[in-house]
Design a protein around this ligand. Structure first.
Ligand SMILES: [Fe+2]
Length: 229
């Protein structure tokens, strides 16, 4: 009978802190792209509302990058110097993308009726390119950086790093991220996320948080509620 021989090496960690939030960010990117693509350039209020939503989206995204830098990159650099160089360089590129998109959102608001279609088209193109870069960036984080983290940290350590990051997110931002994550998740993933969050919060905090996510009173088990927000 074959014997199992232990190598003494710890089992490779599997905890993954990119997958769910990046799914949510991809969903948010796509929803905003749809808004940009179809906005009525003759409607001043619609253009102003779109510009405001772009600013909010980019603020959320910048917060996400800062949290990755402060928690994931800091922890990884301490153990594997140089491992985050590519991701950090790409984060710098995102900052330049934010500046460009914010300028184009401002130009959308100040454009006159004649200039609005060109302003929207310029924004549309820049946003598509930003999304393209970000899809590649997030794929690298999920499929290059996360395996390095899993090779050098235990599941308990990774969960601790993630918990420190989550504790740093202001509540109103957390609600937005949770809404995107739940909306982008499969039914099974929704159950998993909710179970994880419920285990991490006092009951009244969990109830209030999920109510804020759906913008009403969430009934336990109504997983389809996350398709409606
Ligand atoms: Fe990132």
């Amino acid at each position: 009978m074959a014997q199992t021989v232990s190598t003494g090496a710890p089992a490779r960690a599997t905890h993954d802190f990119y997958y769910a939030v990046h799914k949510g960010l991809r969903r948010a990117h796509g929803r905003l792209l749809d808004r940009i693509a179809t906005c009525d350039t003759a409607d001043r209020d619609a253009l102003a509302g779109l510009a405001a939503d772009i600013r909010h989206h980019l603020a959320m995204y910048r917060s996400h990058l800062e949290h990755e830098n402060d928690h994931f990159h800091t922890a990884l650099e301490a153990r594997v110097p140089g491992a985050t160089l590519t991701a950090a360089h790409e984060h710098d590129g995102h900052e330049r993308g934010f500046a460009e998109l914010l300028g184009l959102a401002d130009a959308l608001v100040t454009a006159d009726a004649e200039g609005a279609p060109a302003a929207l088209r310029a924004l549309y193109r820049a946003y598509c390119l930003f999304m393209a870069h970000d899809h590649l960036h997030m794929d690298g984080e999920e499929n290059v950086l996360m395996p390095i983290l899993q090779a050098y940290f235990s599941d308990a350590e990774l969960a601790g790093i993630e918990a420190g990051m989550v504790a740093d997110i202001p509540p109103e931002q957390a609600t937005w991220f949770m809404r995107m994550m739940l909306g982008a998740a499969t039914p099974a993933e929704r159950r998993g996320l909710l179970a994880e969050w419920q285990a991490a919060m006092p009951p009244e905090v969990f109830t209030g948080t999920i109510n804020a996510v759906v913008g009403g009173e969430w009934r336990a088990g109504d997983f389809a509620a996350f398709d409606r927000v």
